[in-house]
Design a binder for this molecule. Structure first.
Ligand code: 7TS
Length: 408
């Protein structure tokens, strides 16, 4: 089992007070905090072996290249990719999704085609497809949510036909917490010849994720939500798909040979990594993946189930609260969006900040979903490996206080 008391010791940032109160960080869905080992690995790289990668004949560059490529192998193992060549480092999940929308989408989608997304997508897995549809004349259609905030699988089934070329879905909603039945989605998409892109920005940090057993064609993830640094993220793609795709960005690193009139592309994954990459960030992400692997992703998930169950129980006692998302913890992760009757989410978050509690408020980059929910904003508490039940108690006490404050 994961002991959050022990885990917390590894996160220096958590040991501080905000407005004289011990910090309660409940915004890991936006970005997680970093364990000391990640910070130290990046520091060590800059102090001891910083040099550019893939081009050095000298020792520093060889060491940097080794560390950078070792990180790629760690990520490949973490999601059980068949090969390290299937992992492309990007700045974040957004860039990974855009890579597919440009390099695959612009060459495979036509006016006759359909792209399906769910109604709960983050803008990162929505706007790139809206743009692709606008440019190609393809149709973008939304798989609806049912009354339990889960995907309506019968509606999905009815939307599938031979024109559907891509199903782009989140693994876990950053607002509702909903966990999507990925295998079911993939089996049905593949049956009509469509590919599946999984937005793992929320799922990969919190759920054991095996791309071979899920059989997804592409997976995008952000390093900074899984204990890694900002500026780190990755795209997984099945090798034959990545081989067939033209490059996204062009320039140095991604070529094998350049002449006056043209160029040949480098092997995977370098074909998709133009220019000097984020070396320290990749190394930091590798260490974050080691850290998560040591905790064990099954334990990470179980810890989150326990916290989420407790939080749903406790939060539901707060007068005038409305929680958005599935009730059953098995079907959801630890991002809990809510509103207090008659109060704007921003006011709630601002008052909580005075109590040292960090939550997010707004549309969480899911404006169409909020329109569907019939609200302009929600407040959102989200958990990770370092959170503990006592912090949920602090949140609930503070919400009770907010309610009393506005009742007067
Ligand atoms: N997809 C999902 C499901 C997300 O939650 C996010 C970020 C992204 C994609 C984009 O990730 P990025 O690293 O490329 O920015 N979600 C959030 C959030 O919920 N609050 O801040 C960022």
């Amino acid at each position: 089992m994961l002991d959050s008391d022990v885990v917390r010791q590894d996160f220096p940032i958590l040991h501080q007070s905000i407005n004289g109160k011990p910090l309660v960080y409940l915004d890991s869905a936006a970005s997680s905090q970093k364990p000391l080992v990640v910070i130290q690995a990046m520091d060590e790289y800059y102090r001891a072996y910083h040099a550019n990668v893939h081009r050095g004949i000298y020792q520093l560059s060889e060491k940097a290249t080794e560390a950078y490529e070792a990180a790629r192998r760690k990520v490949a193992r973490f999601i059980n990719a068949r090969s390290w060549r299937e992992i492309i480092f990007t700045r974040n999940a957004t860039e990974a999704i855009n890579l597919v929308a440009y390099a695959w989408g612009r060459h495979n989608i036509t006016a006759r085609d359909k792209i399906l997304v769910t109604e709960m997508e983050h803008h990162a897995n929505l706007v790139p497809w809206q743009q692709l549809a606008a440019e190609t004349g393809a149709q973008l259609a939304y798989i609806p949510l049912d009354e339990n905030f889960c995907c309506d699988m019968a509606a999905y089934e009815a939307m599938l036909d031979a024109h559907v070329k891509l199903v782009a879905i989140t693994q876990m909603s950053n607002v509702l917490g909903t966990i999507v039945p990925v295998r079911e989605f993939v089996a049905r998409a593949h049956a009509v010849g469509a590919l599946v892109l999984l937005d793992g920005a929320q799922g990969v940090p919190h759920l054991p994720t095996d791309v071979q057993s899920l059989d997804v064609d592409f997976l995008a993830a952000s390093g900074h939500k899984m204990l890694g640094p900002t500026g780190s993220g990755f795209l997984y793609g099945k090798r034959h798909l990545l081989e067939e795709m033209p490059p996204f960005l062009t320039g140095g690193e991604m070529i094998r040979r350049v002449t006056w009139t043209g160029a040949e592309w480098n092997d995977l994954p370098h074909k998709f990594e133009a220019g000097t990459p984020a070396i320290a960030e990749a190394i930091g992400l590798g260490v974050a993946v080691d850290y998560l692997s040591r905790l064990g992703m099954e334990n990470v998930r179980q810890h989150e189930v326990n916290l989420t169950r407790y939080a749903l129980e406790q939060l539901s006692q707060v007068e005038g609260i409305r929680i958005y998302g599935p009730q059953q913890v098995e079907r959801r992760g630890g991002a809990i969006a809510f509103n207090l009757d008659g109060l704007h989410a921003h006011d709630v978050a601002a008052i909580l900040d005075r109590e040292g509690i960090a939550i997010r408020a707004g549309h969480h980059c899911a404006m169409p979903l909020h329109q569907k929910l019939g609200v302009v904003a929600t407040a959102r508490a989200s958990f990770y490996v370092y959170n503990e039940p006592a912090e949920i108690d602090r949140l609930v006490e503070a919400l009770d206080m907010v309610r009393r404050l506005f009742e007067r």
